[in-house]
Design a binder for this molecule. Structure first.
Ligand SMILES: [Zn+2]
Length: 454
């Protein structure tokens, strides 16, 4: 089946019926087959369930026994073309850089990873949520143990199995946290979370997205067929198997994942008699890293870290779940266009969401419905303090079955003046507050500053 004629038949099966006037020209154009020494002479555009050489490794997503659950294998390396059981590629967006490393021959396509000392710094226990139907659909619960659980099956089947999660330890030296220690607002404990200099100790868990498509579709309230078609079409056909392989239920999408930063003893995280403060934070590079003052992101992140340290020092845990969801998942290019429109058209709170919608078409594309999976992976049942005002995050967590005892809003004095436009617009749209919720008339009077040079 692996001939060029297969490629042509694939094109005909996937094409719309209307003839393409350029088809003759396309047909006569010479198709260059690069890297033939690595990939072979033939290019297989996709596979079909009916292909004679297709025999995917068995998976059973909600099986609690990792051996019966089976490994997630998107790679077509070695025997993977017939045996892979996931669509997409390992590594989220970094799969593209992996391709460049192969293309430039800086990476040997036959490289076998040696994970010998990469095992987790803390062994999080398997909890029932890992196999409870519908509970975890956007990450692989066994993704941190892949090299050790599935090494033998990888060797036996001749396929590449790679981890999609990793767990390590870190020390965070954050200027604001050090400042809080110097001011006496945070006390060093020397062993749990804070040292004399104000450095924070944490355990951190990196998660690449792995989607169980039937579960993701159910979470979003659409059919699996609609989900597959949208993913296929809107990525301009990047992953044909989304439509040609309905038997493959797992997709490794080329998107950013999440990192959980855990403060305090990670062994307590799932214990209901231990207190837990959580901030779910969506990436905002301009504020989080570069301290732009147009939004409240870094301020809230720092507030979350301070509260996390306090909870850890009180014998509980603090946790920041940091999602790579830049600019509400609309991206920085859209975000900056919105900033321009806001600053040029009157930066008032009543215009905050309309300015986003007129460029992006939507207010938000973060789909918080998938966010609680990381909380369930830890076995969390109750969050004592939710360090977020977002109704979207709150609703998603509650709907997923986790209880939230207290919602904590960021104190006003921590907010830079220019971010009032954002925060007041969000409060008016449904964000949690114990304070004042602005009326439409009042929102018109909340105005950001004009562009200025310093
Ligand atoms: Zn921001």
């Amino acid at each position: 089946m692996s001939t060029a004629s297969v490629s042509v038949s694939v094109v005909s099966q996937l094409s719309v019926s209307k003839p393409d006037p350029n088809l003759k020209q396309i047909k006569s154009a010479k198709i260059e087959r690069g890297l033939s020494d690595i990939y072979g002479e033939n290019i297989r555009l996709t596979t079909y369930t009916s292909d004679a050489d297709v025999d995917p490794i068995k998976t059973d997503w909600y099986n609690a026994d990792p051996k019966k659950r089976g490994p997630v294998v998107p790679s077509k390396f070695k025997n993977g073309l017939g045996k892979h059981n996931a669509i997409g590629a390992h590594g989220g967006p970094y799969s593209i850089y992996h391709a460049l490393s192969i293309g430039t021959r800086q990476l040997d396509s036959n490289h076998i990873a040696d994970y010998t000392s990469g095992f987790p710094s803390f062994d999080f226990p398997q909890v029932p949520e890992w196999s409870e139907p519908g509970k975890i659909v956007s990450l692989d619960p066994f993704g941190h143990m892949t090299p050790w659980l599935y090494n033998s099956i990888g060797k036996k089947e001749g396929v590449e199995v790679r981890p999609s999660m990793a767990i390590t330890k870190a020390v965070l030296s954050i200027p604001e946290i050090r400042g809080e220690v110097q001011k006496g607002n945070l006390k060093p404990d020397g062993k749990v979370v804070l040292n004399e200099d104000g450095d924070m100790a944490c355990t951190k868990v990196a998660v690449d997205p792995v989607w169980y498509l039937p579960g993701v579709a159910e979470r979003l309230g659409i059919s699996e067929a609609d989900l597959r078609r949208a993913l296929f079409e809107d990525t301009n056909g990047m992953y044909p198997e989304l439509v040609t392989r309905p038997d493959i239920k797992v997709f490794c999408p080329p998107i950013g994942g999440c990192t959980a930063y855990i403060f305090g003893n990670p062994a307590n995280l799932h214990k209901e008699d231990k207190r837990l403060s959580v901030r779910v934070h969506d990436e905002c590079c301009s504020s989080d890293v570069f301290l732009s003052d147009i939004c409240s992101c870094r301020c809230y992140l720092i507030f979350g870290l301070v509260e996390a340290a306090r909870e850890a020092q009180n014998g509980g845990n603090g946790m920041i779940c940091y999602f790579r969801k830049e600019g509400r998942c609309l991206g920085e290019v859209t975000k900056y266009m919105v900033y321009n429109a806001r600053k040029r058209c009157g930066d008032t709170a009543d215009n905050y969401f309309p300015r986003t919608e007129c460029i992006a078409g939507v207010k938000d594309a973060r789909f918080q419905e998938l966010m609680p999976d990381i909380l369930h992976w830890f076995g969390i049942k109750t969050i004592d303090r939710m360090l977020s005002m977002s109704n979207l995050k709150y609703d998603a967590i509650i709907k997923s079955g986790i209880d939230i005892k207290e919602r904590v809003e960021i104190p006003d004095y921590l907010l830079p003046a220019d971010c009032r436009v954002e925060i007041d617009a969000k409060i008016a749209s449904g964000y949690f507050t114990n304070g004042h919720r602005y009326t439409d008339e009042e929102l018109k009077k909340v105005e950001g500053r004009q562009w200025q040079n310093i």
